[in-house]
Write a protein that binds this ligand. Structure first.
Ligand SMILES: Nc1ncnc2c1ncn2[C@@H]1O[C@H](COP(=O)(O)OP(=O)(O)OP(=O)(O)O)[C@@H](O)[C@H]1O
Length: 257
């Protein structure tokens, strides 16, 4: 595997920037189950990274390791070059790490604005660098501030979750299957939203089953099976990799490629 990217332009090369997140040889074993087994990732500012892999390949466990929900059997995790292996999950916002979850976790009794405000309150960074109003505009929620979650479509609820994470002013945003259960239009909207969030050097990590969403959205993709990385590179490189096709993508992608 290589971490050089000769295809990228030299000027303002984002691959030359110092990493936001480094995952170094991380393993998470549950007894004999090697859920994650020696994964190394480097993620730089302003870029969108993806993790693909079949069910049970270790994606959620890896996110758990990065968000310090899961004990590491081996390895280390670094933000801006400093290990945060011993940091508790509730302190991560202060380090600039925010996430969304596989399932919607909005508070039903709070309207959109207040749900997003909760993110700002959690940030513990002097209210965050970004205002609630600014985030509402950026995430296309203008006009919906006073709606309650039950009055919103599923896609819009997920957008509110992203807004709640964004208002923390993170350096690193982890999106765990943000388009699960969405239709194609809603998926395209989330992809577009992620593209628009690159500004200010935000680094994003998308865990996603939908390969097309990955190809449309990510700059760089890691593919996992059985707790290990089997390929990494641009989305096109990864979907054309024979190991990935064998493990995950099936004949459709082989034929399309
Ligand atoms: N707490 C746990 N105890 C024991 N085994 C676990 C635990 N959590 C995960 N595993 C196992 O680790 C492996 C990786 O699971 P994980 O949920 O990380 O995969 P995944 O790629 O996120 O799957 P999915 O796409 O279905 O969400 C699986 O074999 C799973 O059964």
């Amino acid at each position: 595997m290589t971490t050089t990217h000769p295809e990228r332009p030299a000027q303002d090369d984002p691959m030359a920037a110092a990493p936001v997140l480094e995952v170094q040889d991380v393993a998470v074993h549950y007894g004999g189950v090697k859920a994650v087994d020696g994964v190394t990732l480097t993620m730089r500012p302003g870029l969108i990274y993806g993790i693909i892999g079949p069910n049970g390949s270790g994606k959620s466990t890896l996110i758990g390791a990065i968000t310090r929900m899961t004990k590491l059997t081996r390895g280390d995790v670094l933000i801006d070059g400093s290990s945060y292996r011993r940091t508790r999950p509730h302190k991560l916002a202060a380090l600039g790490v925010a996430r969304t979850f596989q399932t919607v976790r909005l508070l039903p009794d709070l309207d959109v604005r207040r749900n997003i405000q909760l993110g700002a309150d959690t940030a513990g960074r002097g209210g965050g660098d970004v205002s609630v109003a600014e985030v509402i505009e950026r995430t296309g929620l203008t006009g919906m501030e006073e709606y309650f979650p039950s009055e919103l479509s599923y896609g819009t609820q997920r957008r509110v979750e992203i807004a709640r994470a964004l208002v923390m002013g993170p350096r690193l945003l982890l999106l765990d299957e943000p388009t699960a259960g969405m239709n194609q239009t809603e998926r395209a909207e989330i992809s577009e939203l992620m593209q628009g969030m690159r500004g200010g050097g935000l680094c994003q990590l998308l865990v996603e089953h939908d390969v097309q969403m990955m190809v449309d959205t990510c700059d760089y993709v890691y593919a996992m099976t059985s707790g290990r990385l089997i390929a990494e590179g641009t989305p096109t490189e990864v979907v054309q990799n024979p190991l990935v096709q064998e493990a995950y993508l099936g004949r459709k992608w082989r034929n399309d490629a």
